[in-house]
Design a protein around this ligand. Sequence first.
Ligand SMILES: Nc1ncnc2c1ncn2[C@@H]1O[C@H](COP(=O)(O)OP(=O)(O)OP(=O)(O)O)[C@@H](O)[C@H]1O
Length: 881
Amino acid sequence: MDKISFTVVCEENGKKYKISFKQQAYNLVSIRHIRDHVRKTLQSTVLFELYFNGNLLLDSQFCHELGIQDGCTVIMKLVYARPGYDKQQNFNQFQSEVRKQQEDSLKKQIQRFNLAEDNIPHLTAKRNEIYEADFNEEPEVDLLSQYAKQMSDLDVIGQFNPQKTNYQSQLADTLKSVEQMQVQPNKFMNKSRNDYELQEDQPMDMTSSVQYSTVEVKKTPAKKPPKPRSTEMLLSQAKQPYANDEQIKQMEQFILEQKLEQERQKEQERQKEIENERKIQDLQQQIQNLTKNAQRDTQLELERKMQEQIDRLKQDYEQKLQQIQITQNQQFTYQQNSQQMIQNQVQTPQMLRINESPVSSGIAHSNQSFNNSLTQNVFSNTAIQQSIMPQPVVQNAPIQPNTQVSTINDSFVPLPVENQKQKQLQKQNKLLSHEIDNLEKVLQLLDNQKQILDQDYQNQKQVHSQAQSTLRTLQSQQSSLDPTKLQNKLFHYKLVRSKQDLIKATTQLQNFSQNRRKLHNQVEDLKGNIRVFVRVRPHTQLEKKNYEQFQNSFQILSDQNIQFLQQNSSVPTQYKFFRVYNDNASQQTLFNDVKPLIQSALDGYNIFVGGFGNTGSGKTYTILGDDGDSASVDKTQYGRLGVLPRSVVELFKQLNELKSDFQVELAMVELYCDSLIDLLEEGEMENVSANSSMSNLSQNQNEKLQIRKTQNGDTYIKNLSWVRTRTAEELISYLGPGLEKRHISPTALNDRSSRSHTIIYIKLKQKMSSSTLIFADLAGSERVEKSNSTGQRMKEAQYINQSLAALGDVMSALSQKKAFVPYRNNKLTMLLQPGMGGNSKSVLFVCVSPLATCLGESFCSLQFGARAKAVQNVAVKGLYE
Ligand SMILES: Nc1ncnc2c1ncn2[C@@H]1O[C@H](COP(=O)(O)OP(=O)(O)OP(=O)(O)O)[C@@H](O)[C@H]1O
């Protein structure tokens, strides 16, 4: 397999981009591959050119796949850079290759179309399954995408202009453009294929005017979706239209991890709580201890300090006492000396009384008192002060009779010493107060410390309450992360994804249907706009008895060829039709060939299905069914239903599958002789039975329905009754009563011979298109003399033959592509005009009786069919502008 190098040049906002890549294929471009590249880089594609060294295969599907809208001009340029390629030598081969590919492509399209036909029920079922699954299950869209892929790989070569809709002319253009190509393969031969690039001297005319601001767009490896970290992220990822299994797996993994994480967090919280409680307990204990210690310390300290003070005071006191004694001794000595001096001078016994001086007894007394006070109240400062305070020694001293002594005594009161003592005591007192102050300060400090500890305790308490509130928050968070809630969320994500997938699948299905419709109509166009089927009916019981009458009158050679041996002729005539059904062909087999046209009707094309043939050849049976008058969708009767009721069922089925708005209306008209009769008109019908003469036809009835033309040239019947129907059953229920009003009478050839043309119109309106399905059960084309018609029957037969002859003329004009088509020569052709030319796709069933006696009529019918099949119309879709 060769590798093909592609260079796609795309233009966006006036800037051109170049994308180069290689494809492992010989001559088939993977449209998807290109599209992927183009879409990765561009929002809109206006112009693109492909350079490669194989044959490019593209068509409208290609453009559609690339998202190019109708109306855009797409220029594609092809360069053949295959080394050794010789244009002259290979062109013919290439051309035949192209033709072959085109043929293959067509075959493939038909195959795919058939495949599509087969797949539609499956796809529909799938879609319904997705709907019914209520999003519980993952919808499988693989099938759709596979199918879409199949449909997208079309093999058509060419230069495509979406404005041109004609496939044939596009092919012609393609071949022309291939012929005109300026191929200079040598330009590229020196380059390796990997280096293949656009050259300024590009060999094509179209490229020379293009200035390439080439920006190489390199293919970047697809990014893996980031591992989801949070619920929000998961949600955002799940909202993305392409949330995949990987993401769902990640979500499930995430939930598991979350659960574990929750457990871990719970455990941590519990530990924290225990820790906090323990801390609080410790702190409380600490505070208690501190308080106790503080109290004990304070008391001990106070005791100690007081004891120290007392000791000091005692010491001081003793020192002072000693000093006092010394002073007393000195005083005594001084007194003795003085007395001695006085005795020496006066010689009085008063000297002795000096030894008992109140000063010494006062001192002793005070000393005693002090000692007592100390023992009584060592801690009382006041007592101390009192006890320390010296007694008024002098006041208790008896006043000496001797004034001289008294003077002397007065002169001996040690006042300065007492003052000094007092001062000292005050000083000590002060010191003690100071000490007490200090102790109070210590107490204050301890108080402060206690306050700090209290504060600390409060803080710890706060921390604890904070921890508890955090715990509560975490618990609430935990409840939000509850697995069931997460499960719900996951379910929700899956639901969202399923919905997105469903939308995607529906879009794909719509795209697919669109593509399929496009293809379908292309294929239908190629099949021809008027398809003629020949049906040979089986023998009736009566006929079987006279078998020898119709032996060997004709021979079905294949499913397309029939051979007739005319009377008095030894040379058989062969006819080729779209399909020839033998007498075993079932109603469903016939309908299978009509079914594609129902799709075309949905796409806006007018449809005509008519039954042509001589009386008794099976026209009514083919179009309406065995018992046309009582057509119903009853399953037991279904096998015998004709093309019309089957088409109606199919039409509604497809309309319902489309799930879009539509409107279906029904009208039935009979052309009896030259009169139009509204078969759906309510109320008593006028007596227009087959037995009544032409003159009996009411003038009113005759004039009521009139064929008119719109400004567009479309034919319509004025005053015709239309009924709106919503279901196939409803529509079919109108057919029976309507058909009963037809003119039927026994003839020599058919005991229920239709003496008129019955035309049934089904008008379909959709959002974007409208179309009409016309079904005609034509009257028999027998020879007058054959049906033993006389009188009124003969007249009817003449009208019938006239109208059918006019139909033949129209067919002939259409087949010869005459500018003028004589539609207006007869009411029948006017009534059938919408299905006969222009916007129409038609099927004509030429019904053939197996009777040898009908050989002439059968021959005429086949001639008629042969003329009709040559008609080629260019069908134009009936789109609303
Ligand atoms: N394919 C068939 N299989 C079985 N029976 C058939 C088939 N085609 C026709 N018949 C039977 O042949 C008879 C004549 O058929 P039918 O009424 O459809 O003919 P016709 O062409 O509509 O005749 P006319 O033009 O006189 O109305 C009917 O009894 C019908 O049931």
